[in-house]
Design a protein around this ligand. Structure first.
Ligand code: PBG
Length: 326
């Protein structure tokens, strides 16, 4: 059977028919909204490199989250900008640290209506800007694990639902799982940044949180973009170490990795549509070269079609409001 009895255009004739046969849809409840909580800010500070995005003082966090929830986005991912940094990133696990305060505020206000996630990594808290403990210009893997454990447990004590280790230290998922369990937090889940590539698309984020490394780069711990088998090994290790959700980051240049994640594992797959991917769209839209809404819907649907169950994106709130208009 083929043409003329088969005519593919029959099901494309009207919007209602096209909607009827659509099998991939982005839904607000699968989106995660990143939030920057800034200990130094008194009012929201616009982030140059992430247009229409702000570093928020703690008192603005609940309000911003409330607006996001209204659109049906039920998860936020917190990043902190501390007032002080040091060699070992001690602000990362301080009881009254900026992220710990953010978690408490949000869980008090929204309880279980909201999923609170946190990034577990030292780079925003260290003077050198690396994701781990540095000794003689080396980022020391095993010593860093103890610090990541403290950070994850301090987030759990504040009431976090999901911790997301992103420092790409070997064994981080296992160590964090053990520390959480030993401290009585066996219900706190782990979303592992498993296949996290060393990417130029984080440059915009590092400008936002001032975490660019003061020497070298992150290539000795984050993955090289020429590797795909290695992503499978990373994901397999993290799945075995107890990750509840496997993440691929960035999203758009790594749709094949998202697809591999989906076909090889049964855990939910998350994709991080990172700051540089956001900035590209914003810049082209501002120039009048792209229709922002059309571009974002097409891109996020592509990430979903590749196999992502969950998408972390700076567009979350906007895209949810557009989807709600359909
Ligand atoms: C922390 C971290 C980074 C991002 C998320 N968590 C920066 C980095 O690894 O350099 C980047 C997020 C983005 O660009 O949107 N390590």
């Amino acid at each position: 059977m083929g043409f003329p009895s088969v005519r593919m255009r029959r099901l494309r004739r009207t919007p209602a028919l096209r909607h009827l046969v659509t099998n991939i849809r982005v839904h607000p409840s699968n989106l995660v909204y990143p939030l920057f909580v800034d200990e130094n800010a008194k009012t929201p500070v616009p982030i140059n490199s992430i247009p229409d995005y702000y570093r928020l003082p703690i008192d603005y966090v609940a309000d911003a989250t409330g607006k996001t929830l209204e659109q049906g986005v039920k998860a936020v991912l917190l990043f902190g900008i501390p007032s002080k940094r040091d060699e070992t990133g001690s602000g990362a696990f301080a009881v009254d640290g900026i992220v710990q305060r953010g978690i408490r505020k949000l869980k008090n206000e929204f309880e279980d209506e909201l999923v609170v996630m946190t990034d577990v990594c030292l780079c925003e808290y260290t003077t050198h800007g690396h994701c781990g403990i540095v000794k003689d210009k080396e980022i020391v893997n095993d010593h860093t694990l103890e610090f990541l454990q403290k950070m994850a447990v301090s987030h759990a004590e504040a009431g976090v639902d999901i911790v997301a280790p992103s420092s790409m230290m070997d064994g981080q998922v296992r160590f964090i799982r053990e520390a959480l369990d030993d401290s009585g937090f066996d219900e706190v889940a782990i979303m592992a940044y498993s296949a996290k590539y060393a990417s130029c698309f984080y440059g915009t984020f590092r400008e936002a949180v001032d975490s660019a490394p003061s020497f070298g780069d992150r290539k000795c711990y984050q993955m090289g973009y020429g590797n795909s088998d290695e992503a499978l090994r990373e994901m397999e290790l993290d799945a075995n170490e107890g990750a509840d959700i496997l993440m691929v980051k960035p999203a758009l240049p790594y749709l094949d990795i998202i697809s591999l994640a989906k076909s090889n594992f049964t855990a939910p797959v998350a994709a991080y549509n990172v700051s540089g991917e956001y900035a590209m769209v914003k810049a082209a839209a501002r120039m009048g070269w792209l229709d922002e809404k059309a571009a974002v819907l097409e891109l996020l649907t592509g990430i979903k079609r590749a196999g992502a169950d969950i998408i972390v994106t700076y567009f979350a709130k906007d895209v949810a409001s557009w989807l709600n208009q359909f």
